[in-house]
Design a protein around this ligand. Structure first.
Ligand code: ADP
Ligand SMILES: O=C(O)[C@@H](O)C(=O)COP(=O)(O)O
Length: 427
C-alpha cells in the first residue's frame, strides 16, 4: 500500500467494519479491513480506503478514545484527508459512551468545528427523521434493540442520546434541508456552528439523502455514522474523481474448502430466527450459558460434539437465547461478566475448530466476532461476494492458519436462511 488513501475509517466493532468495507467496495472504492492498526510488515494491497476495526463499542470510554485516536493518526499518516468513525446503524451505545467521547476526541484532533452524524442505512431499514432513528417501521426504542444484551436502546431521539454522551451541543439538520441539496445542508451547518453546536444529527431516509450528505461531509475532515454515510462518501469520492473510477478489489476466488462451521453469539431477533431455521439444514448445538459461566467444560463439550460431525457437513453452535433468558442470566451473573464469559467461550471453540482444520467460519454477533477474530489472530480481510445487505464474504490476509474465509454477521442483519446463504458463497 503506497499511494495516499482517499478515505480512512475507524469502526467500533468488527461486523460493523465488514459491513462498511462491503458498502465501500460495492460503491467503487478498493477497500481493506484491518484488525486494529496493522503492523508495518503486513503486506496490504493498493487500496482507496482502509477500515480499521476496533472492538471499542462496549469497552471503557477512555480506552475507546485512546484506540480511536491512534487509528486516526495512522490513517491520516497514510494520507486520509477525511476520516469516518463508523458506528452501528442502531446507534448502539450507553449513556457513558462511546460514540460521544470518541467523536469529541476525534473532532478536537481533526480541527473541525462541526461534525455530521447519521446512522441512517436505508438498505437495512435504518432511517432518521427529525433526529429520530427508525428500525424498519418502528422507532429505535420500540425495536428489538430495546432488549440488546449489552446496550439496550430506550430513546430514539439521537440528539438527546448523543447529548448525554458528548461535551458539545448537538443540533439537527432536518430532512427538509437535506432534500434541498448540499448547499442548504452547508448553510444549516454553518448556522449551527455559529451558535456553538459541535455536532449535528442529519436526517436521511433515502440513498439520495446520503449522497447529499456525503458531498457535504467531504468538506470536513471527520464524520460519524453507519454504512449509509459511507455510501454517500464513496459516491462523492468516485463522482468527483478523487479516486479511480470503477476500481475493484482483485480478490482471489480460489476455493478454501475443508469443514465449515457457524457460530452464533448474537441474541438479536434476526439471529434467533436464523438459528431456528438452520435446524432444518445442519446439526445445531445449543450451548448451556449457565455452564459456560461456571467453567470451561461447556466449550470442551462443544468441541468434542463438533469434531465428531464436521467431516459430514456444516454445523452450527449457538449460545443465542431469548430476551427473557438473557435477562435472567444477567441478573444472576451481571451483564458484562455474562457477555465476556460467553464471548470467550466462543473464541475457545473457534480456536479449537481451526486447530481441527476448519477454514470456513460464519460468526453471528459483533462482540462475538471480535472475540473470535482476535483469538484467531487475523490481521486483515479483503471483501468478497455479498451474502446479505451489510454482510460480505471475507478472505483473511496474513492469518496464522493460512487461507481462510469468514463471514462476520451483525446480529440484526441477514435473511431467515442466512447461515445456508453464507455457506453457499463460501467455497
Ligand atoms: N445466552 C446468552 N445470555 C446472555 N448473553 C449472551 C448469551 N449469548 C450471547 N450473549 C452475549 O450477548 C452479546 C451479544 O452481542 P453481539 O455478539 O455483539 O451480538 P449483536 O451483533 O446481536 O449485537 C455478547 O456479549 C454475547 O457474549
Ligand atoms: O451498522 C450496523 O448496523 C452494523 O454494521 C453494525 O455495526 C453491527 O453491529 P452488531 O449488531 O453489534 O453486530
Amino acid at each position: 500500500m503506497t499511494s495516499a488513501l482517499s478515505l480512512g475509517c475507524i469502526a467500533d466493532d468488527y461486523t460493523g467494519a465488514s459491513d462498511l468495507a462491503n458498502t465501500l467496495t460495492r460503491a467503487g472504492l478498493r477497500t481493506v479491513q484491518t484488525i486494529g492498526v496493522p503492523p508495518d510488515d503486513l503486506a496490504l494491497p493498493e487500496v482507496d480506503a482502509v477500515v480499521v476495526s476496533l472492538k471499542s463499542r462496549s469497552i471503557e470510554a477512555g480506552l475507546a478514545v485512546e484506540r480511536s485516536r491512534a487509528s486516526e493518526k495512522w490513517l491520516r499518516g497514510r494520507g486520509a484527508r477525511h476520516v469516518l468513525f463508523k458506528i452501528c446503524s442502531t446507534f448502539d451505545s450507553t449513556d457513558a459512551g462511546n460514540i460521544g467521547p470518541v467523536m469529541d476526541a476525534l473532532r478536537r484532533d481533526s480541527g473541525d468545528t462541526i461534525v455530521l452524524v447519521t446512522p441512517a442505512f436505508p438498505e437495512t431499514g435504518r432511517t432518521v427523521y427529525q433526529g429520530n432513528l427508525f428500525v424498519g417501521a418502528v422507532p429505535l426504542n420500540e425495536s428489538p434493540l430495546k432488549d440488546h444484551p449489552l446496550n439496550p436502546m430506550h430513546d430514539s431521539n439521537l440528539a438527546r442520546v448523543l447529548a448525554r454522551q458528548s461535551k458539545t451541543k448537538i443540533g439537527l439538520v432536518n430532512l427538509a434541508a437535506v432534500s434541498r441539496g448540499p448547499d442548504a445542508v452547508r448553510a444549516r451547518l454553518a448556522d449551527l456552528a455559529g451558535q456553538g453546536f459541535g455536532a449535528a444529527i442529519v436526517d436521511a431516509v433515502f440513498d439520495r439523502d446520503l449522497e447529499t450528505i456525503g458531498a457535504v461531509a467531504l468538506d470536513h475532515r471527520l464524520s460519524v455514522g453507519a454504512s449509509g454515510i459511507g455510501l454517500g462518501l464513496a459516491h462523492a469520492l468516485v463522482t468527483s474523481r478523487k479516486t479511480k473510477q470503477n476500481a475493484s478489489n482483485t480478490l482471489s476466488d480460489t476455493p478454501v474448502g475443508g469443514p465449515a462451521v457457524c457460530l452464533a453469539g448474537s441474541c438479536s431477533q434476526a439471529t434467533l430466527q436464523q438459528v431456528a431455521n438452520a435446524e432444518q439444514a445442519m446439526p445445531v448445538l445449543h450451548l448451556d450459558p449457565e455452564q459456560i459461566i461456571s467453567g470451561k467444560d461447556e466449550s470442551r463439550r462443544a468441541l468434542a460434539w463438533a469434531k465428531d460431525r464436521i467431516k459430514d457437513g456444516p454445523i452450527l453452535i449457538a449460545s443465542s437465547s431469548t430476551p427473557e433468558e438473557v435477562a435472567a442470566l444477567q441478573s444472576r451473573h451481571g451483564r458484562n461478566a455474562t457477555g465476556h464469559a460467553i464471548e470467550q467461550a466462543m473464541a475457545d471453540i473457534a480456536d479449537g475448530l481451526v486447530l481441527a482444520g476448519v477454514r470456513r467460519l460464519v460468526v453471528a454477533g459483533g462482540e462475538t466476532s471480535g472475540a473470535v477474530v482476535d483469538r484467531l489472530g487475523i490481521p486483515a480481510f479483503l471483501v468478497g461476494a455479498e451474502i446479505a445487505a451489510g454482510v460480505p464474504v471475507l478472505r483473511a490476509v496474513g492469518a496464522k492458519a493460512g487461507e481462510m474465509l469468514l463471514a462476520l454477521k451483525s446480529g440484526n442483519f441477514g435473511g431467515p436462511e442466512f447461515f445456508s446463504d453464507a455457506l453457499k458463497l463460501m467455497r
